[in-house]
Design a protein around this ligand. Structure first.
Ligand SMILES: CC(C)(COP(=O)(O)OP(=O)(O)OC[C@H]1O[C@@H](n2cnc3c(N)ncnc32)[C@H](O)[C@@H]1OP(=O)(O)O)[C@@H](O)C(=O)NCCC(=O)NCCS
Length: 287
């Protein structure tokens, strides 16, 4: 049996179908990404969204990539099987080099269906949150220097070095291509997040960046030379204080389930795991 209906993002007769996946559709539209909805009797089962790197930075900049999303978590295993196979065939007919699909880790049946089509796990992470009640003490021996726009390339180079050495495959993939980030992307990213060099006197010991509006802590990286000396904890405390000053009362972040150092750091501060998400990837070519 086939999931027969496919509606495109600009189909004037599909507004009722698109409205049923408004969350995803609005998000895709806001990013200017085209999408197609797979449906049965005008009820969406899932969608395929296309974009070009850098979005996940799992391939060189400019590479066409895709996301396959299951719309309704209640979808039966049989329907997921049909949808996954049709959506992947659809992606294969395009020039997309890879497809990502993400699920809460307890959705083992959906994960198994995608794996049977050749998808492989690329990420398994906790989303952790922390409710910020009051400011932390931060050592006055450490300076947090705000990165200026003209210094963002230096920040990116340090990020590549300081975020290395983790079992986080998604992060390690990103680090392969991070130096390619185009200037217009960095412009946008710089406007969204706050970036800091962490210094002690003359030496740069780490980097941290976060979104001061949403409370997302995106990266904390300490130079491999200076790890286990308390800088990571100071960096997170600093970021939380900045968020609180901005009236943001909740911080969140993602961390790979095997990144023990980072998980321990965040737990020590009081972060709690909220969900665990597995991300699967299908790649057109091995590698
Ligand atoms: C994770 C990271 C930022 C920790 O920075 P750090 O300066 O070494 O950490 P701290 O010295 O402040 O340690 C604070 C706590 O973290 C935990 N921790 C840090 N390193 C650890 C390790 N290697 N193993 C186990 N726990 C560790 C401990 O609970 C530690 O508290 P303790 O010293 O009282 O035991 C650092 O290892 C790093 O840069 N890793 C690579 C990038 C990364 O994984 N970033 C986070 C995800 S984006």
């Amino acid at each position: 049996m086939e999931v027969t209906e496919v509606y495109s993002h600009d189909d004037p007769n599909a507004s009722d179908v698109i409205a049923q996946v408004a969350n995803y559709a609005n998000h895709a539209r806001a990013m200017g990404l085209p999408f197609w909805i797979f449906a049965e009797e005008r009820k969406p089962i899932g969608m395929v969204v296309f974009g070009r790197e850098p979005i996940q930075l799992l391939a060189p900049v400019g590479t066409l990539m895709s996301f396959i999303l299951v719309a309704d978590p209640q979808t039966s295993r049989e329907k997921i099987r049909e949808f996954a196979s049709e959506a992947l065939d659809f992606v294969k007919r395009t020039k997309a080099q890879y497809a990502l699909a993400a699920f809460p880790h307890e959705r083992e049946e959906a994960i198994a269906e995608f794996e049977s089509l050749g998808f492989k796990e690329i990420d398994d992470c906790y989303e952790m949150i922390y409710k910020i009640d009051e400011p932390f003490e931060v050592s006055d021996k450490i300076q947090f220097n705000k990165v200026e726009r003209k210094e963002i390339q230096d920040f990116v180079r340090l990020a590549k070095e300081f975020l290395s050495g983790t079992p986080d495959s998604m992060l390690n993939n990103t680090l392969k291509f991070i130096l390619e980030l185009p200037d217009d992307f960095l412009d946008v990213y710089y406007k969204i997040e706050d970036f800091y060099f962490i210094k002690e006197g003359e030496k740069t010991v780490g980097i941290v960046n976060f979104d001061p509006r949403t409370g997302r802590i995106s990266n904390v990286g300490i130079s491999p030379k200076y790890r286990r000396q308390g800088y990571g904890e100071q960096a997170v405390r600093f970021a939380l204080n900045k968020l609180l000053q901005n009236n943001v009362k909740q911080a969140y972040l993602r961390v790979h389930v095997k990144n023990k150092a980072a998980i321990n750091l965040y737990k020590k501060i009081g972060f709690l795991p909220e969900t665990r998400i597995k991300t699967l990837i299908w790649r057109r070519t091995a590698g």
